[in-house]
Design a protein around this ligand. Structure first.
Ligand SMILES: [Mn+2]
Length: 471
């Protein structure tokens, strides 16, 4: 890496549309821009993983593996990046180590360079197998990068020292780069400056910052992090930037032009490729996937420390239960539940677990009279170790004398690949199909069967001149 230069990862092909448009950008919307994107000079392009895998098969009738290979071919020069939920891969439960390893292997073989690995609880044991798998692949794919991410949150146990200690641990485990993943835009500019400064002192691998602009502080966070010496920053091209998405690439590039942190990116080239994505954004708006509401600054997150996406979910849940009047009571209950549960960062799946439990606590009129299975699992250690101390009274009420797991959850799972291969033998055509099935069994089976159906039409075959040509 060049000294001083700030490097940019563009999220336009993944987080930008996941955050603003329900992950509905299609491969056909990406391809016309690929050559331009490949010539910008980004550090990487985030284009796979996160919610894209599920959405491809469930809604877009697209094979996620084909999308990856096609993008790889269309952008031979730029690093392609994906987001992986550690032992959860791209799903919502813990998988056996052999599935994680195979998924990482196939992702890299199909074209991924950078794998950003995180765990909702920051339990590094849930990141270990994925990280080791990337390191192993580096023997045959030296361009592969193992990026370990810290899930940023605020709580009495989450201070600067906590994050620096965590980063040191991840560096020791072999991380090639460390990301600070601020999924809810809770990181404030001054704190970003201080945290990045400290990380730069204590860590020798590059530091990569990921924030959003939900609470309106994103550009300031990036700029302060830049002043503190951050190496790489996530941005999104302007047509799908800001609000719940990342701050705009062009704005940061222009801000740093001519300074010692100049990104070296060309505003003219960025504007050419932005023109394409403006049309894509218009199309997504027309289709109803992009609601301009996601663009406005949401300061409630700053007041209540509850991620924006969680607030809108909550409103929906209460509306369905015809109890919108309880909104502020539930909002006040969320931090209490989070405290009882040992302050998990609020990100999928913990955000849903804590939010739902807060609703149950308020609606039933007695705290923990009703406890969801997911809450029980979280309290029993099934998701990994919680960052802070758990309220033992609450745990007792929820799971009684039920077993509590203190080991790495995946240690209790036997190898699963063979089982998935057998179960999908009848329709899976490749190891990639088996992996799709392993992660989303129903969705993948339905998708693959439809994909491979012979396309029969009842229309009479039209004879073209060439069909009967005799020359
Ligand atoms: Mn994000």
């Amino acid at each position: 890496m060049e000294k001083n230069k700030l490097y940019i990862t563009d999220t336009i092909l993944r987080d930008a549309h996941q955050s603003q448009a329900a992950t509905r950008m299609r491969l056909e919307d990406m391809l016309p821009a690929c050559e331009m994107l490949d010539n910008i000079g980004y550090w990487s392009l985030e284009c796979w993983g996160g919610a894209t895998f599920d959405t491809c098969m469930r809604f877009l009738n697209e094979d996620p593996w084909v999308r990856l290979r096609t993008l790889r071919e269309a952008m031979p020069k730029t690093r392609l990046q994906m987001l992986l939920r550690g032992q959860n891969i791209l799903g919502y439960k813990h998988y056996a180590d052999d599935v994680v390893e195979e998924f990482v292997r196939k992702s890299i073989e199909n074209g991924i360079d950078v794998i950003r690995i995180f765990d909702a609880l920051n339990d590094v044991r849930n990141m270990e197998t994925a990280m080791k798998s990337v390191k192993k692949m580096q023997l045959t794919h030296p361009s592969a990068i193992c990026e370990a991410a810290i899930s940023y949150t605020t709580s009495p146990v989450h201070n600067e020292e906590y994050f620096v200690t965590l980063a040191k641990k991840l560096e020791k485990m072999g991380a090639d780069t460390i990301a600070v993943k601020d999924m809810a835009n809770l990181l404030l500019p001054m704190e970003a400056y201080s945290l990045i400064k400290k990380l730069k002192q204590e860590i020798s691998v590059p530091i990569h910052l990921h924030t959003h602009n939900t609470t309106g502080t994103g550009d300031m966070v990036n700029l302060m992090a830049c002043q503190a010496g951050v190496d790489i920053v996530d941005c999104a091209l302007s047509p799908l930037a800001n609000g719940t998405s990342q701050p705009a690439t062009e704005s940061l590039v222009a801000t740093l032009k001519g300074t010692d942190r100049d990104t070296g990116l060309d505003l003219g080239k960025l504007s050419d490729v932005a023109e394409h994505f403006r049309k894509v954004a218009q199309k997504l708006t027309k289709e109803g996937f992009l609601d301009p509401k996601v663009l406005s600054v949401d300061t409630n997150t700053l007041r209540y420390q509850v991620p924006g996406g969680m607030l809108s979910n909550l409103i929906k849940q209460l509306k369905e239960a015809k109890h919108e009047d309880l909104f502020y009571e539930v909002l006040a209950e969320i931090p209490r539940v989070r405290k009882d549960f040992g302050y998990p960062p609020l990100v999928t799946p913990t955000s849903q677990i804590v939010g739902t439990q807060a609703v149950l606590n308020v609606m039933s009129g007695e705290r923990y009279k009703m406890v969801s299975n997911e809450s029980k699992g979280l309290l029993a250690g099934q998701y990994g170790q919680l960052p802070g101390e758990i309220n033992e009274e609450v745990r007792k009420k929820a799971i009684g004398d039920g077993e509590i797991i203190t080991c790495r959850p995946a240690d209790l799972i036997k190898p699963e690949m063979e089982k998935y291969r057998k179960e999908s033998a009848e329709f899976a055509k490749s190891e990639e199909d088996v992996l799709s099935y392993a992660i989303f069994p129903q969705v993948a089976e339905k998708f693959i069967r439809e994909r491979d159906k012979p396309k029969v039409t009842n229309e009479p075959r039209v004879l073209y001149v060439d069909d009967c040509s005799i020359n």
